[in-house]
Design a protein. Structure first.
Length: 135
């Protein structure tokens, strides 16, 4: 749904009507509404997590409210939503490259620069053993 929302935002970034299925906001709101649903007791196997509390709906604001509160554009909203929805699923690096964000966009560990913080370093022994690996 978030990729579809991103496509719709690229085609028509001015359509921010929450009820229009041709608006990116509509699809982002569907994702946020799913995250706000209370979990049934038979599914809540991790009650210590906020989103897994039985019968308690979440408190996520709508996409429109989030944009208004933070002063975000539609693209910034989608970037944020992909960050929180796909956390630790391995899509962040691809997203940042797709959006053509520079290395300064990434918060990284001290001593690392730019994109190095997004990938594990290749051991030097592997680089030395394989002549096709970049040095």
């Amino acid at each position: 749904m978030l990729q579809y929302a991103e496509c719709l935002a690229a085609l028509n970034p001015t359509n921010v009507t929450p009820g229009d299925v041709n608006s990116a906001i509509y699809w982002v709101d569907l994702v946020r509404a799913r995250a706000n649903n209370p979990m049934p007791s038979e599914v809540a196997v991790q009650p210590h997590l906020y989103s897994a509390r039985t019968g308690v709906p979440g408190q996520l604001p709508t996409a429109t409210a989030l944009m208004t509160t933070n002063g975000w554009t539609l693209q910034q909203l989608i970037e944020h939503e992909r960050y929180v929805e796909l956390y630790c699923e391995g899509w962040r690096g691809t997203d940042i490259k797709t959006w053509k964000k520079g290395a300064s966009y990434i918060q990284y560990k001290a001593g690392w620069t730019g994109y190095q913080s997004m990938v594990f370093p290749i051991p030097q022994a592997e680089l030395d053993a394989n002549p096709l690996m970049p040095r």
